[in-house]
Ligand binder design. Structure first.
Ligand SMILES: NC(=O)c1ccc[n+]([C@@H]2O[C@H](COP(=O)([O-])OP(=O)(O)OC[C@H]3O[C@@H](n4cnc5c(N)ncnc54)[C@H](OP(=O)(O)O)[C@@H]3O)[C@@H](O)[C@H]2O)c1
Length: 221
């Protein structure tokens, strides 16, 4: 069994995810309205979020080295971070302390550096290790469901990870908050590297304020 996977992005009209002002309240309000049990985050997105919103000079405290006690009735999602190269070594405690995060699970692969695996073990971060070079996302999501009971995942990632989720037939739903701006050249565009044709079914379309439109599509499989 796989969890249901929803891609959620705030985009410009030409599908950039950066290069314009994302309305974060709107973005995360719509994300949480999907009631995710987990939020999937690529390592570049996680690193840029930490650098943008946290004081990265804040040292890790002793309490940060331990897995928090997770109350079964806590509605906050678990953060699931894809990080086969260990780029979040020494930074994961910022994620552990983030609002709306009850736990952090890391997805790694067979080639992930052993010092990162030691870092995860020493700090009690649960991890799923599958895939040779990059993380085998299908297998990792299946294990996420089996080991952690996670049935609904929203991917809050950029084009690199979200395009793979569509290309590999993993994404069930695509949710876009389209902002009234064309960013133009120079930014990576969402859904530019999906590869094959994908047919969608419109589930929702409506204005969200500040000139934005929220579009939700089911991916036909
Ligand atoms: N506007 C929005 O809605 C929105 C939302 C999220 C992020 N963003 C922005 O997007 C930017 C980052 O986007 P990004 O696309 O560069 O990075 P990203 O979303 O973090 O994607 C990179 C991640 O994808 C993984 N990946 C790539 N190809 C893969 C494959 N074939 N199999 C398995 N995993 C694969 C990488 O794995 P490895 O671990 O192997 O490297 C890495 O963890 C940031 O500036 C962020 O602020 C915008």
């Amino acid at each position: 069994m796989y969890p249901k996977v929803i891609i959620h992005n705030s985009v410009s009209l030409d599908h950039a995810v950066r290069g314009f002002e994302v309305d974060l309240g709107m973005h995360y309000g719509a994300l949480l309205a999907f009631e995710p049990e987990a939020v999937l985050v690529g390592s570049a997105t996680a690193k840029s979020g930490i650098e943008m919103f946290m004081d990265i000079n804040e040292p890790e405290a002793e309490a940060d080295r331990h897995r928090p006690v997770v109350r079964p009735d806590d509605p906050s999602p678990t953060s699931v971070i894809v990080d086969s190269r260990g780029v979040l070594k020494d930074l994961l405690h910022f994620y552990r302390n983030m609002e709306h995060t009850k736990d952090v699970v890391v997805l790694v692969s067979e080639t992930t550096p052993e010092d990162y695996i030691d870092y995860l073990r020493e700090r009690e971060y649960p991890f799923i290790r599958c895939g040779k070079g990059r993380v085998d996302l299908k297998a990792a999501l299946r294990e996420l469901r089996e080991r952690f009971g996670i049935a609904r995942v929203v991917s809050d990632s950029g084009p690199d990870l979200n395009d793979v989720l569509v290309r590999e037939g993993i994404a069930d739903t695509i949710s876009l908050i389209v902002h009234p701006v064309i960013v133009g050249e120079g930014e990576k565009k969402l859904l530019g590297r999906v590869g094959n044709r994908v047919t969608l079914e419109l589930q929702k379309a409506g204005p969200m304020g500040r000139g934005t439109v929220h579009l939700v599509y089911a991916v036909k499989k």
